[in-house]
Design a protein around this ligand. Structure first.
Ligand SMILES: [Zn+2]
Length: 344
């Protein structure tokens, strides 16, 4: 090999190297480029240097110096690029793993029973109702006596009610709030009383020992059964849809007279009969009636002057029929896979 050919090969390498080094996008590519340019095994500079011995003796010094300056330039460029890539790459031993999938942010959902309660409250708020609350550990008198339960009423039996001793019970319904409210506030009264109630029941597909109830109470002068029907029908249309049919069936509760149960047309089958409505086409939504004069008197009101109506509904039952839930126990299992489905 002649000196000019040796120098031409070096010049070609020196001209080519910066672009190749600059094109290395990460440390792995940088290593490949370094091996290709100046690697001891198969680098291009090593190949060119191998021709040094074939040069004329007087040319070797100059050739060696030229080769060395190209080598220094390439190694400087490699070191510069290496510093750039190392600064951009994640540090080894760092806690960041950029390849890890992103963690989803879990968002809670409102319990289906709470959704029903919130919606019922919203509808009655528009009608001027306010919220009233009472204790869950209640005097037996508020739970039974003041509500006109006769002393031998089966609800007062130990088999049905959880007695706490000292004349107290875990309230079996939200109706005690009626008496407490009337004792506290003079008519006109329009209140909604949501809360938990307790029965001596075991869990089965349609019973739970604790469940939510929503009580409603209206007391004023001149309040009639027509007010009850109009208000509760309005509620049903707001809650279940504007074309919802309702019907009232005579019923009995110690604390209302007359008493009724309100059914709404089954939303699943539109009244033709299905498993949700047990083929009847109707679903019972609430019990209601005119407040018994004895209850008004027990609360200290003149039952000749004031009349009123009240209702009680079970939001769990409503949630069950609304969503076609087959077993009430699912509501209390706290299984997030079930509860997560319900959103406003
Ligand atoms: Zn049906």
């Amino acid at each position: 090999m002649s000196l000019p050919a040796f120098i031409a090969a070096l010049d070609l390498l020196a001209a080519d190297a910066p672009a190749r080094i600059g094109a290395a996008v990460d440390l792995e590519a940088w290593t490949e480029v370094r091996n290709a340019l100046v690697g001891r095994q198969s680098g291009r500079l090593t190949d060119i240097m191998a021709g040094l011995g074939a040069l004329a003796k007087e040319d070797r010094r100059e050739a060696g110096q030229r080769a060395n300056s190209v080598k220094v330039a390439i190694e400087e460029a490699l070191a510069h690029r290496h510093a750039e890539l190392a600064a951009a790459a994640p540090k080894s031993g760092s806690s960041f793993d950029l390849s890890m999938p992103a963690r989803g942010r879990w968002k809670g959902a409102v319990h289906p029973v709470s959704l029903v309660i919130d919606e019922v409250i919203e509808i009655f708020r528009e009608l001027g109702f306010t919220i009233a609350l009472g204790p869950e550990a209640e005097h037996a008198w508020y739970n039974f006596g003041a509500l006109n339960f006769p002393d031998d009423h089966p609800a007062m039996d130990l088999h049905d009610t959880l007695y706490l001793g000292d004349g107290q019970v875990l309230r079996t319904h939200t109706s005690p709030v009626q008496v407490r409210t009337l004792q506290q506030y003079p008519p006109p009264v329009r209140v909604l009383a949501p809360g938990n109630v307790y029965r001596r029941d075991f869990f089965d597909p349609s019973h739970a020992p604790m469940f939510a109830q929503i009580e409603g109470l209206v007391v004023d002068e001149g309040v009639s059964f027509a007010d009850l029907k109009a208000t509760l029908s309005h509620f049903a249309r707001r809650f279940f849809g504007s074309t919802t049919q309702t019907r009232f069936r005579p019923s009995y509760f110690p604390f209302t007279e007359p008493s009724a149960e309100m059914d709404v047309q089954c939303g699943v089958c539109s009244g033709s009969g299905c498993s949700v409505c047990k083929q009847s086409g109707w679903i019972e939504i609430l019990g209601a009636g005119m407040v018994h004069p004895a209850v008004l008197e027990a609360a200290g009101l003149d039952s000749e002057r004031f009349t009123g109506w009240a209702f009680g509904m079970g939001p769990a039952r409503t949630a069950i029929s609304r969503h076609g839930i087959p077993d009430i126990r699912i509501l209390y299992d706290a299984d997030v896979r079930f509860l997560d489905q319900f959103t406003r």
